[in-house]
Write a protein that binds this ligand. Structure first.
Ligand SMILES: [Zn+2]
Length: 142
């Protein structure tokens, strides 16, 4: 039996929209999201620049990461996604982040028998996660 009561069929990737080369923690992101009035951090997993995979909101709870697509999805985010000067969207993934994102996506896809991996920018007029998941190695996992 899976350790979640809600059906999950998709992983949606995000970025924290923070400048390249700068580290931010789950607590930082949780504080930003709480400032928006949310009960907790909106993402279920966060991948640090050094590749560490950190838990956010429990997977058993619906996240807050894509308007209209929170039900049935897991929201994952890497730290980064904006140029160092903070002005433009940029794929800032480090090697360790790429490796951890692949590993995490593969684990979740297997555990929840997920058939779809997408990016926030497929659902909103946003740059997030600053790359096209459909053309990325992440999509080749399925
Ligand atoms: Zn996003």
């Amino acid at each position: 039996m899976l350790d979640t009561a809600r059906p999950i069929n998709e992983i949606i990737w995000h970025c924290t929209a923070t400048p390249e080369g700068r580290d931010f923690t789950v607590n930082d992101i949780r504080a930003w999201h709480k400032q928006r009035g949310w009960s907790d951090i909106g993402y279920h997993y966060i991948v640090y620049r050094d590749g560490r995979i950190m838990p956010g909101r429990p997977v058993g709870q619906v996240g807050a990461h894509v308007s209209g697509h929170n039900t049935g999805t897991i929201g994952c985010s890497y730290v980064g996604g904006v140029s160092a000067d903070g002005k433009t969207a940029k794929d800032t993934r480090t090697g360790p982040q790429r490796a951890s994102m692949l590993w995490l996506t593969a684990q979740l896809a297997k555990k929840f028998q997920i058939a779809k991996i997408s990016g926030h920018n497929e659902y909103a007029a946003k740059a997030c996660p600053s790359f096209d998941v459909r053309k990325d190695e992440l999509s080749r996992l399925l």
